[in-house]
Design a binder for this molecule. Sequence first.
Ligand code: 13P
Length: 248
Amino acid sequence: MRQTLVAGNWKLNGSKESIEELLKGVLSGMSEVKSDVAVCAPYVYIPLVEELLKDTDVAFGSQDISMYESGAYTGEISGAMLTDFSCKFSIVGHSERRTLFGEKDADTAKKFAAAQKYGLTPILCVGELLEERENGTTEAVVARQLDAVINLVGVEALEKAVIAYEPVWAIGTGKTASPQQAQDVHAFIRSKIANLNKSVAEKIQILYGGSVNGGNADELFAMPDIDGGLIGGASLKADDFLAICQAG
Ligand code: 13P
């Protein structure tokens, strides 16, 4: 049995005050949570998050990572910097990085490798656009996004990684993929990995992301290949996030 993981992705949201209130709220409800829980904060708040989550069961991470280690790369944040603050996870290849900031499959793969080099667990996001779903290329798109990573680091590297399937049309739209739609893509991802390495495929946690909330998390997490969620909007309010963490 794979452990369920619920990770919050705060995106470009929060302030010192709101983050303190949010994390205090989340921590106060953790005794009823069986899932693993993590939050991915904007870079500047990571030291504050580290302090607030010290000696707790809530892990934390970044929303991105540089593919570079150090040097003349203005504005970048490296794996070494993140591990200096005890980060556990780095999201890589989020669709907002891909579609709004022009991140290519090959860039995502390099970021995945950079995270692992420093002992961070990459949360590799994959998922199709609405037009790709409508023209029947969902599996081809997800396969291409996965292959870019597997070709660079090898399938065994997925043993220390998490995958998040996030259909782009379901992100922030209130339009969740149905449990069966999500399950179909999760099963496709797992079988694709199993063709290369069965044991890695059995172990890897595949999260679903896209308008998950307290009302739909149970049904989604009950699907055999859905091992938790990557949560945007609903991770910004303690009660909403806790309701998801308590599901599954
Ligand atoms: P929403 O939960 O706001 O749809 O965002 C999902 C997401 O992009 C998490 O990374």
